[in-house]
Design a protein around this ligand. Structure first.
Ligand code: NAD
Length: 419
């Protein structure tokens, strides 16, 4: 069986093949959309705390910049590989196009286990990686952001390293920075909040009341934890949440504040810290009886193996690529309404775009300005995808692909092929 990263890339390419029949274009152009434009693999040394030197491997993959500069996060994970980063870069292109912001798609990653690195090692790794990829990034070229196991502090080191080499501050080289360094208000919350905005639109569309709706969330990092808080605020009942080690479940609804406090304090979810809970595995969590299921951890978790047992009415993809195309077919047959990743989790890239615009213009927007603009873009995009879903009688994922890939294709045809 192919490696996980290769399977992820095959899945991303298959999604383009599936949407191809809706476009009357040269197959060569579609082939171009399935390939990346530039790929940088770097091997670099990092001095460890014990004085030894370790060589790490990192990637920056630029998929497409037809509609604007490359944009996409940087992931630190032991299983990151080139194929996974290629797939994630491709999804960024479609996502930026679905919400109609002038960015292309890119992604980066370093194969490492950040849980085993000290802060000093993490900083040295980040700075050296930034230096290695500095030939490819920049505010007009390619703008990284946080992803799995990277955060505002990592973005601060990237900004500082890049700026040091330039000789002046370049805040626009990266988004998701701390507020003190030109980060945008609302960026940290944007992806999780966007997941909830999309879910509210889906509930409205399907006539499912959010009040009391039972929500299950896989992952309680940036996306999962913020989504949990906004679901709680909206009156929904989060009945289960997990991290990489497993989850906690309470059919009457979890004390979200206690669960997230525990995660913050002990870096894990402890049953004794959250009253009335049962311990469950990530596998069991996905199959719980619920109204709304939000995978917000890693890709490829809903497959043809477990899809028949998914009981949610709505699946909202906080993570990138959590559902395989084979699982998609099963979910569609079961009548489960899927809000696809390139729509559901686009809040992050939208506010990243706001941050970049503020940096380039040397302006600071208010919280209200960011919140209103984010909500407008996500609601409009949801309506545009639903309109295609109804008109062409296709799934929400296919509708989002018709919109996103279609916009990139139009831009390609307008620009033409050089020479
Ligand atoms: P994060 O590092 O903040 O959190 C990741 C979470 O996933 C953690 O709670 C971790 O414990 C959990 N996890 C890791 N491995 C797991 C496993 N095998 N099973 C279950 N849980 C596991 O990362 P994040 O930024 O919240 O990203 C989560 C997902 O959302 C990723 O797919 C990412 O690409 C996507 N995403 C993130 C953003 C963003 O702005 N951060 C934007 C769009 C999409």
């Amino acid at each position: 069986m192919a490696e996980k990263g290769t399977q992820t890339l095959e899945m991303a390419r298959k999604q383009v093949d599936l949407v191809a029949k809706y476009f009357d274009v040269d197959p060569g152009i579609l082939e171009r959309l399935k390939s990346t434009k530039r790929e940088l693999t770097v091997h670099f040394p990092v001095k460890m705390d014990d004085g030894s030197v370790r060589v790490f491997t990192g990637y920056r993959v630029q998929h497409n910049d037809t509609r604007g500069p490359f944009k996409g996060g940087i992931r630190y994970h032991p299983e990151v590989d080139l194929d996974e980063v290629r797939a994630l870069a491709m999804w960024m292109t479609w996502k930026s196009a679905v919400v109609n912001i002038p960015f292309g798609g890119a992604k980066g990653g370093v194969q490492c286990n950040p849980k085993e690195l000290s802060q000093g090692e993490l900083e040295r790794l980040t700075r050296r990686f930034t230096w290695e990829i500095s030939i490819a990034i920049g505010p007009e070229v390619d703008i990284p952001a946080p992803d799995v196991y990277t955060n505002p502090q990592v973005m601060a080191w990237i900004m500082d390293t890049y700026s040091t080499f330039k000789g002046y501050a370049v805040p626009g080289v990266v988004t998701g920075k701390p507020l003190e360094l030109g980060g945008s208000v609302g960026r940290y919350e944007a992806t999780g909040k966007g997941v909830v905005i999309s879910t509210l639109k889906a509930c409205e569309y399907l006539n499912i009341p959010i009040e009391g709706a039972r929500v299950v969330i896989q992952g309680c990092g940036n996306v999962g934890s913020i989504a949990a808080q906004y679901f709680d605020k909206a009156g929904a009942k989060v009945i289960a949440i997990s991290d990489s080690k497993g989850g906690l479940y309470n059919e009457k609804g979890l004390d979200i504040r206690a669960a997230l406090d525990c995660k913050k304090r002990y870096a894990c979810l402890l049953q004794e810290e959250v009253s009335g809970t049962e311990v469950i595995t990530n596998k069991e969590l996905l199959e719980l009886d619920c109204d709304i299921l939000v995978p917000a951890a890693l890709e490829g978790v809903i497959t043809e193996e477990n899809a028949p047992r998914i009981k949610a009415k709505i699946l909202v993809e906080g993570a990138n690529g959590p559902t395989t195309p084979e699982a998609d077919e099963i979910l569609a047959e079961k009548g489960i309404f899927v809000v696809p990743d390139i729509l559901a989790n686009a809040g992050g890239v939208v506010v990243s775009y706001f941050e970049w615009v503020q940096n380039l213009q040397e302006l600071l927007w208010s919280e209200e300005e960011v919140a209103t603009r984010l909500e407008n873009i996500l609601k409009r995009s949801f309506d545009e995808v639903v309109a295609i879903h109804e008109e062409k009688k296709v799934t929400m994922r296919m509708a989002a692909y018709i919109l996103g890939v279609g916009r990139v294709l139009k831009a390609h045809l307008l620009r033409g092929i050089y020479p």
